[in-house]
Design a protein around this ligand. Structure first.
Ligand code: ADP
Ligand code: MG
Length: 337
């Protein structure tokens, strides 16, 4: 390997050829940041200027989409029930509302007040009683969000939005667009569990993506390879608490009853060319449960998914079934669908 590199360098020198600008640099540039309530890590096979552009874009989106930052457009919308001239937010909402509809409300961006009642935003965890949940559920319905002309968005009385389920996916899409514009051909962005695998690795191979083991998130159940995809995972292990009743409650809420999703699924990974789609569907399929999630995937073959269940099954859809491999020592069983 070393000999080959030296040989290539000598050949280039002899030919007097210097690819100073056209060659992708061998060494990557990396950076990390805290945004969207999580830790992000960006590795680009490009220059530091592109890295800076991506970093400031993610920060911009964080301040646009945060439900808790009093300066953000989402915060202002939630408090004033209407906002105008917000073209970007309006477009994002239109697309997200289409996904709420197609998932039959398993994804519902108005569920935030219920998420808050369980303490998942303040981290002051508690179990709300059924009458409190009943009251809050009256305001959970994405039909209460209306997107009009010229970036005008209105909320019906009591409705508030929370884009926590899709913000990182949208950020991945914006980063992809910036990388298109700046000629970045190879990068791996980990936006707090939503991974944007840009192009292929500099050696031409595909990116290898691990699926965390929900019972030991530092370990992998298995991995697969992909190129030019956004991979989003929703896992019950990401944020949860154990109640006084000894039960475990996770941060993904079933909008139908206001309770943390508890249907045997412990993690859903969605792989597609769109960050928004992957992120939205990882949350929605988690809520749907195994059977409905499989039905949905069969009816919408524009994405692949890996569903982990509490029975230690890894249910893998067709498009990546061949590339998914169990990690050594993993006690999961692969079911290819
Ligand atoms: P993570 O943010 O941990 O990567 P998700 O993408 O699944 O996981 O998003 C979960 C977040 O989305 C929650 O923290 C909450 O704010 C919000 N949320 C929870 N349940 C739903 C739901 N059914 N529909 C829409 N948003 C949800
Ligand atoms: Mg999601």
């Amino acid at each position: 390997m070393k000999h080959k590199t030296i040989k290539i360098m000598i050949t280039l020198l002899l030919c007097g050829v210097f690819f100073l600008t056209s060659c992708a640099p061998a060494a990557p540039v990396s950076g990390s940041l805290e945004a969207m309530d999580t830790f992000m890590n960006l590795t680009l096979y490009s220059d530091s200027e592109s890295l800076e552009k991506l970093t400031s874009e993610i920060k911009r989106l964080d301040s646009l989409l945060s439900a808790t930052d009093s300066e953000s457009s989402v915060y202002k919308l939630n408090n004033n029930r209407e906002i105008e001239g917000e073209g970007e937010l309006a477009d994002l909402l239109s697309e997200t509302l289409r996904l709420c509809e197609s998932t039959n409300g398993a994804l519902d961006i108005t569920v935030g007040q219920v998420v808050e009642a369980w303490g998942f935003i303040s981290r002051d965890y508690r179990i709300p009683d059924s009458s409190e949940l009943e009251g809050l559920l009256r305001n959970v319905d994405y039909h209460g969000v209306e997107v009009g002309e010229n970036g005008r968005i209105t909320l019906s009385e009591g409705t508030k939005i929370d884009l926590g389920a899709v913000a990182k996916g949208y950020a991945a899409d914006r980063c992809t667009q910036l990388m298109d514009e700046n000629g970045v051909e190879s990068a791996l962005l980990n936006l707090g569990g939503t991974v944007c695998a840009r192009g292929v690795k500099p050696d031409g191979g595909q990116w290898k993506i691990g699926i965390a083991d929900p019972s030991q998130p530092a370990d992998y159940v298995g991995y697969f390879t992909c190129a030019d995809k956004v991979v989003a995972t929703s896992g019950s292990y990401e944020r949860y608490f154990v109640g006084e009743d000894g039960r475990t409650y996770c941060h993904i809420i079933n909008p139908a009853d206001g309770y943390p999703s508890d249907n045997g699924i412990v993690s859903v990974t969605v792989i597609s060319g769109s960050g928004l789609l992957s992120d939205a569907l990882s949350t929605a399929l988690f809520v749907m449960g195994e059977e409905k999630a499989e039905e949905y995937q069969k009816a919408h073959p524009d994405f692949d998914c890996i569903i982990l269940t509490d029975k230690k099954e890894a249910i893998v859809s067709g498009g990546i079934a061949d590339s998914f491999t169990l990690g050594s020592g993993s006690d999961y069983k692969i079911i290819r669908r």
